[in-house]
Ligand binder design. Structure first.
Ligand code: SGN
Ligand code: CA
Length: 510
């Protein structure tokens, strides 16, 4: 071989080596998000349901990663939580203060920044922010709440319908993108957003007999009388007793539901998915004919079982994604994160749904597996909030964090090093009143131990009502201490902290 040829070959080899070493080594992120999944129904979180909870794959994720025990939302309801996820801002700043007002898609969102630093971005499933998604190389989302069966998805190409159970289909679409459609030269951010386990908790036909012979333990507060609390807890419309209906929530008489006044398109679609899978329970209900407290208990059992069946589907599908990462060799360089848009009442205080700043709905599960960085089986107890997610993604990608984002990256926490100046308190604000479930507007401040809540508005006596809880001595929040003179100093301090947070986050007075 003559000299020029060797030179050409050598320089070709050098170029090859340098292009190989330039392969982007930044980690991929697989973000799995559910709608209304309570931490109480994840085995890894312990609690009264831990032996019944069908979450082996989530438990495996926690065993291999970090479980966050004090992750909270800023506004415990769907669309605002999703807007906070994308923007890294509190509701009053991203503008989506409730499920009704429109979301401004033109605003800053983390995925737009990720694209500029070379990530491929994808989203599939429920987002509940109507309009065209921006900043995603691939997106295929349900409209509004979506359907449990035979869903219609929307994308840049318009509407497309699929046959089957939505939890499975969302995963199918995610896998199709991962395995064939993405640009493998770039790291990816894939967001897999389930509709489940949202009301009306419709299980997959194949799972309808799960837990048939199990009695689900009841919470101590199933028959809470709210004796120390104000109007908000007394006059809500989310109790199993009064607000959970037999026909649709318990699926005892769908026909009745369908003939209701002005059934919405969403409800009509649910009705269409009717089949005989609930026949057996109708017979059983007729036979038992429960009344009074027995009826509440019966509703509780039926509700919890359907909910857990929906979770079983979610967990199975998480297993499929984790298996794919292993088989494809992606697992080692892919961070897997799991969270829900908020928590949910599993009968605590006699309730279902969310919205309140009380723990079950304020808190949300958050689990992160990051091979080589997160210590397997670790637990974090710092105060984390859903406004931190966006900055965390950007930090992982090495992107600059927009100055107007209001959270903080949890990457140091994932590395086991909590910064000295990590937050000591959280700000919360719920706006959707008047509205579904009739939860009064409220804002509040939560530290690690004490929580101060201010309910306000025209349907609150004298315009505002305060509640104070000591989570250490009263984890179920049954004992409102606001009128107790021993806490005067504590209340003063917490009000000052609330004011400080409102200045920090630029909250105009509610
Ligand atoms: C629907 C549900 C409510 C639920 C809201 C908001 N009713 O209106 O129970 O609180 O969605 O949920 S239903 O009869 O239509 O199921 S959210 O998760 O989207 O905020
Ligand atoms: Ca939700």
């Amino acid at each position: 071989m003559n000299t020029p040829k060797i030179v050409v070959l050598l320089s070709f080899a050098a170029a090859l080596v340098s292009s190989l070493s330039a392969v982007d080594a930044r980690p991929n992120i697989l973000w799995i998000f559910t709608d209304d999944h309570s931490y109480q129904t994840i085995g890894a979180y312990g609690g009264r349901l831990k032996d019944i909870t069908p979450t082996p794959n989530l438990d495996r994720l926690a065993a291999e990663g970090m479980r966050f025990d004090r992750c909270y939302v800023e506004n415990s309801i769907c669309a605002p939580s999703r807007a906070a996820l994308l923007t890294g801002k509190l509701s009053h700043k991203h503008g989506k203060i409730d499920n009704k007002v429109p979301f401004n898609h033109d605003q800053q969102q983390f995925q737009k920044v990720l694209q500029t630093v070379g990530y491929q971005t994808a989203m599939v499933g429920k987002i509940h922010l109507n309009g065209k998604m921006q900043g995603f190389d691939y997106w295929e989302v349900l409209k509004g709440q979506g359907q449990y069966e035979n869903p219609t998805f929307f994308s840049d190409e318009g509407a497309k319908s699929y046959e089957g159970y939505t939890t499975d289909i969302i995963t199918d679409q995610a896998l199709k993108w991962l395995d064939g459609k993405r640009d493998t030269s770039k790291p990816f951010m894939l967001m897999v957003h389930h509709k489940a386990p949202h009301r009306a908790w419709i299980p997959k036909r194949e799972h309808i007999d799960m837990f048939e012979d199990v009695t689900i333990p009841e919470p101590d507060t199933l028959f809470d009388d709210y004796s120390t609390r104000g109007v908000a807890a007394h006059e809500q419309d989310l109790s199993i007793d009064k607000s959970m209906n037999l026909h649709r929530d318990l699926k005892l008489n769908w026909e009745l539901f369908a003939t209701g006044k002005n059934p919405s398109e969403h409800h009509r679609r649910i009705q269409k998915s009717l089949d005989d899978r609930f026949d057996k329970r109708r017979e059983e209900f007729k036979r038992l004919n429960p009344q009074g407290k027995d009826l509440v208990r019966h509703k509780y059992q039926t509700y919890l079982k359907d909910y857990l069946r929906c979770i079983h589907s979610v967990d199975e599908n998480i297993g499929r994604l984790l298996d794919y990462l292993e088989e494809s060799g992606l697992a080692e360089n892919t961070i897997v994160m799991y969270a829900s848009d908020q928590g949910f009442y599993m009968g605590e205080h006699g309730w279902f749904d969310k919205r309140f700043m009380y723990e079950e709905s304020f808190r949300t599960p958050f689990i992160v597996k990051w091979p080589g960085t997160v210590k397997a089986g670790s637990v974090n107890k710092d105060l984390v909030q859903n406004i931190d997610f966006a900055e965390t993604f950007l930090d992982i990608a090495g992107a600059e964090i927009p100055a107007d984002m209001q959270g903080r990256s949890v990457v140091p926490l994932l590395k086991g090093k909590t910064p000295k100046d990590w937050r000591e308190s959280l700000y919360y604000h719920y706006y959707e009143y008047p509205g579904a479930h009739s939860v009064r507007r409220h804002e509040g401040v939560a530290g690690k131990r004490f929580k101060l809540i201010r309910f306000y508005g025209p349907d609150v006596p004298n315009g505002e009502e305060w509640e104070l809880y000591d989570l250490k001595n009263d984890p179920s929040e049954l004992n409102n201490l606001y009128e107790n003179p021993e806490y005067t100093k504590r209340i003063k301090k917490m009000k000052a902290e609330l004011d400080r947070l409102k200045v920090q986050y630029d909250v105009k007075d509610a």
